[in-house]
Design a protein around this ligand. Structure first.
Ligand SMILES: [Zn+2]
Length: 104
């Protein structure tokens, strides 16, 4: 299928939390539901910390108060970025299948 231009653009923003997630696809009206196939809201945090599909690549969740510093450190942490991109690759594939089955 043909990927809409705005989705390609947001993929470059993955690290900032605007990747190909059900939550965002739903906001762009690409799919009916913001939920992941596991039943929880499929946003960036979900795939980074919670989703069973990406559990091999989960990062340790920081306390909300530390999130800003955590994120700053993350950008200098190659291993964490590697995990993050694996999680987002999985969510990307998931979104592809969701948009295909959604058949808009
Ligand atoms: Zn999930």
């Amino acid at each position: 299928m043909c990927r809409p231009r705005h989705l390609t653009a947001v993929q470059n923003d993955e690290v900032r939390g605007h990747g190909p997630f059900p939550f965002y696809l739903h906001r762009f009206k690409r799919i009916d539901s913001p939920l992941c196939v596991c039943g929880q809201v499929g946003d960036a945090d979900h795939y980074t910390f919670d989703c069973s599909l990406t559990k091999d690549f989960h990062l340790l969740k920081p306390a909300d108060a530390n999130k800003k510093m955590w994120f700053k450190n993350l950008l200098n942490n190659r291993q964490a970025i590697g995990k993050l991109s694996e999680s987002f690759r999985i969510s990307n594939e998931l979104c592809d299948s969701l948009t295909r089955t959604g058949d808009f």
